[in-house]
Design a protein around this ligand. Structure first.
Ligand code: ADP
Ligand code: ASP
Ligand code: MG
Length: 415
C-alpha cells in the first residue's frame, strides 16, 4: 500500500479539492490510504470556537457560522446538483458539536479542545469523500478514532502502538481508504489529538502499521526547501535528505514536516516523498536512507514567537545542578517547550515556546525562588551546515540577543 497526506493548504478551497482528483489520477490510487486534515485554516477557526465557549464570550455563534459558511461555499462550488446528502452530513456534524456544548460538564480546557477541534478533519474528509465518490473514485471513509488509539493526554496524546497496529491490521489493503489526520481515540471513547500539524504523523502511523511502500505528503511548495519561503528569498529545493538530517531539521522547527513523522518511517525504512500539489511533474524531496543532504547547502529554520527567559538565583548564588533540575521540572509542568539553553555561573537562559498559554502561571511559580528577566516575541534562527555567509544573512535581520554554535549548527536569537 501507499499513503498520501493532503494538508489544509492543499484542500483550502474547491480548486484544491478538485486537484486531489488530478493527483490521484496522475499517480494511481489502487491500494492507497489518504489522510486529510482540516480545510485551509479551519483548525484556527475551531480554536476560536473553543475559546468562545470556554471563556463564554458572545462570539460562539458567529464563530460556528463562519465555519459553516466556509464549508458550504466550497460545497456549492464543488457540487452542481445532488448536494443535499453532503449538506446533511455537514449539518449532522455541526449538530453534534452543538450537542457537545449543551451536554458537556467537563471544564478541562484540553479535554474540551480535543472534543471540538476534530470536527475540522471530519468535515474535510466528508466533503472530499463525497466529491471523490461523485467523480467515480470510490473511497471507503473510515473514522481514524477507531484505528489510532491513544492515552488521554488531550492535545498531545500518545499513541498506543499495540492497539493501533492491531486495528490497522484489519484493513483490507485492496481498498482506497480516506481518513482524518491529527485525531485519535482514547479507550474512554473520547476524541484526542496528536498536537498541531499532527496529520503528517497520522500518515506516518498508517504507513508504519501497513508496511507501506511509501508516504507522500502533498504540499503547496515544491518539496522541502532549504528555508521557509515566507521568511527567506531564493530558497533551494532539497532533493534528498536522510532520515537523520530530516529529524534534526524537524527538531529545530522546520514546520514543513511534523517532528514525530520521521521515526516510524525510519524504523521501517519507508521513503517519504514531499511533493508539489500543483506541479506533478516535479519529483520533490525524498527522505530516505542514503545521502545526508543533496544539494549540500546551508539550511535555515525560523521559529517565531519565542520567549527568551533569563533566570538567576535571588541571593546571587551559582546556578548549579539542583537549580537546573528545579527549573526544568517547572518548565515541564507548564508544558513550555524549550528550544535552546545556555548556562553561565549566575544565570540560566532558555528560549521557550508557550503553546498552551501557561507562561504567566510559570512566571508566578518561578519567581517564588528565582529572579527572572524575559523578552517576548523574539525569533530563533537555526542554521544547519552553516557557513560564514549564511550566518551573516541572518544577523542582518535585526538585533542579535544570543548566539550559540555547535558542530555545523548555529542558533541565533533575534529581536
Ligand atoms: P499543510 O497544510 O499541507 O500541512 P503547511 O502550511 O503546514 O501545509 O506547510 C507548508 C508550508 O510550510 C509552506 O507553505 C511553507 O511556507 C512552510 N515551510 C516551512 N519550512 C519549510 C521548508 N523548509 N520547506 C518548504 N516549506 C516550508
Ligand atoms: N488540522 C490540524 C492543524 O491545523 C492538523 C494538521 O493540519 O496537520 O494543526
Ligand atoms: Mg500543516
Amino acid at each position: 500500500m501507499k499513503v498520501f497526506k493532503f494538508g489544509g493548504a492543499s484542500v483550502k478551497d474547491a480548486e484544491g479539492v478538485k486537484n486531489v482528483i488530478r493527483v490521484l489520477k496522475h499517480e494511481g490510487f489502487n491500494n492507497t490510504l489518504i489522510v486529510i486534515s482540516a480545510m485551509g485554516k479551519m483548525t484556527n477557526a475551531f480554536e476560536k470556537v473553543i475559546d468562545s465557549y470556554v471563556y463564554k464570550n458572545d462570539n460562539l455563534n458567529n464563530a460556528i457560522e463562519f465555519i459553516r459558511d466556509y464549508h458550504i461555499s466550497i460545497i456549492n462550488e464543488l457540487f452542481s446538483s445532488e448536494k443535499n446528502a453532503i449538506l446533511l452530513e455537514v449539518e449532522k456534524l455541526l449538530g453534534e458539536l452543538s450537542g457537545f456544548f449543551i451536554t458537556n460538564k467537563n471544564s478541562d480546557y484540553n479535554f474540551i479542545y480535543d472534543q471540538v477541534i476534530g470536527f475540522g478533519e471530519l468535515l474535510a474528509t466528508k466533503i472530499v469523500g463525497a466529491y471523490l465518490n461523485e467523480n467515480h473514485i470510490t473511497t471507503k471513509w473510515i473514522d481514524v478514532r477507531d484505528f489510532i488509539k491513544t492515552d488521554t493526554n488531550y492535545r498531545d496524546a500518545r499513541v498506543n502502538w499495540e492497539a493501533t497496529k492491531a486495528n490497522i491490521a484489519k484493513l483490507d489493503t485492496t481498498n482506497l481508504y480516506l481518513t482524518q489526520g491529527f485525531l485519535g481515540g482514547a479507550c474512554n471513547g473520547k476524541t484526542t489529538s496528536l498536537g498541531r500539524e499532527g496529520s503528517d504523523f497520522t500518515a506516518a502511523i498508517f504507513a508504519y502499521c501497513l508496511n507501506a511502500k511509501s508516504l507522500t505528503i502533498w504540499k503547496d511548495v515544491d518539496g522541502v526547501l532549504n528555508a521557509d519561503p515566507r521568511y527567506l528569498e531564493n530558497t533551494v529545493l532539497l532533493e534528498q535528505i536522510s532520515y537523520k538530517e530530516a529529524i534534526e531539521m524537524a527538531f529545530y522547527g522546520a514546520s514543513v514536516i511534523h517532528p514525530k513523522t520521521l521515526k516510524p518511517l525510519e524504523n521501517k525504512n519507508i521513503p517519504l516523498y514531499v511533493r508539489s500539489f500543483y506541479n506533478l511533474n516535479l519529483l520533490g524531496t525524498t527522505v530516505s536512507k542514503g545521502h545526508n543532504l543533496a544539494p549540500e547547502i546551508p539550511c535555515f529554520i525560523v521559529k517565531q514567537e519565542q520567549i527568551l527567559v533569563s533566570i538567576s538565583a535571588i541571593d546571587f548564588s551559582f546556578m548549579v545542578e539542583h537549580n537546573l533540575s528545579d527549573i526544568f521540572k517547572i518548565l515541564h509542568d507548564y508544558k513550555l517547550k524549550v528550544n535552546l539553553i545556555q548556562n553561565s555561573a549566575l544565570s540560566f537562559s532558555v528560549c521557550i515556546e508557550d503553546n498552551f498559554g501557561n507562561f504567566q502561571s510559570f512566571i508566578s511559580e518561578i519567581t517564588m525562588n528565582y529572579k527572572i528577566n524575559f523578552i517576548e516575541n523574539v525569533a530563533l534562527y537555526t542554521v544547519r551546515h552553516a557557513t560564514k555567509n549564511a550566518i551573516e544573512l541572518i544577523e542582518q535581520k535585526g538585533k542579535v540577543l544570543l548566539k550559540q554554535a555547535t558542530k555545523g549548527t548555529v542558533q541565533v536569537i533575534m529581536q
